[in-house]
Design a binder for this molecule. Sequence first.
Ligand code: PLP
Length: 385
Amino acid sequence: MTTYLDHAATTPLRPEVAVAMAEVHTTPLGNPTGSHPPAQRARRLLEEARDEVASFLGRDPGDIVFTSGGTEAANLAVLGTVEAARCGRGEAVLLCSAVEHPAVRESARAAAHDGADSRVLPVDRSGVLDLDALARTLTSRCTLVAVMTANNETGVVQPLGDVIDAVRRRAPQAFVFTDAVQAAPYLDLAEVAAAADLVSLSAHKVGGPVGTGALAVGPRVALAARQHGGGQERERRSGTQDVAGAVGLATALRLVAAERAEGAPRVAALRDRLRRGLLSSLPDARATVPDDVAVLPGHLHLCLRGVEREELLVALGQEGVCVSGGSSCASGALEPSHVLAAMGVAPELAAGAVRFTLGYGTTEADVDRALAAVPGVVDALRRRA
Ligand code: PLP
């Protein structure tokens, strides 16, 4: 029996999404840019999907650029605004929080490599952005401020409204980009991220297909395309659009929005039971984020002293409990977490970091099985060490 508690890594495709995508795949469709009836059908499906994504984000449909996922959306947001600024003003200044996902962090590094002035904004010990440091760093030279809506490792929700207020006051010319990939399953982004200039999404975190995402680009944003060709997506992202992927993303977002009011508190209650149970049964376990900090409903991040996390993840997997260490590179190998380092978590504690992430499909029985399995596995590993 598998107890899947790694929904922040990817969450299973929703059956309704599979049905909607299968319908698209079995309908004779043309290229959405064409003029004949099959092309018109494809265009209609694509534009209906765009309307749905726009409505989820509280945006104009014209703002939505379909991409191949959250990584491409972040690359386009960061490198596209930097390039437009450098072409216009001759310079680009980029501010990114210290806890951004590698999709943003590595884009910022690439921009710096190409000559942009890229700075890192610190977080406090809870992983929340330091707003004073932001205020001190903002100047009239800033091009882009990137602060994620919620963190993928810890689930910590950032004070995005305060970030946007500070940017509008001190650097009104700058754009705000928020990576909302992890927040999308739970937060009402039409409210939380309405005032951000750029917002990114990924379908496979909401029960849609892997390989589809979107970037919302506000009307005042100067953005240079990263991908050149036939000028699709209003010249912002060339390439024949993946109609089935767009329909899959739109269907998943519609379900997420419909479930949110009941689903988010239900998942949070399960997560809280897991948290209480593990903290009381695991000696030397520490909750990485304090109780009073806003965290996504599905996230539970613990640091277990005296346990090596790779061993722990493998041993838990053998017991059917699937969790993650929070950060991994493409090879799957665990790397030291830049998020925990930015929060000042001691390396010996970070070495035993483990992330449990619940989703809409998680049940009481999943929590029971995790509570039954984890203490024994941890105990066995500690004895062996
Ligand atoms: N941003 C965040 C916060 C993520 O958690 C992820 C995926 O883990 C991404 C971006 C990348 O999205 P994708 O897997 O669609 O490229």
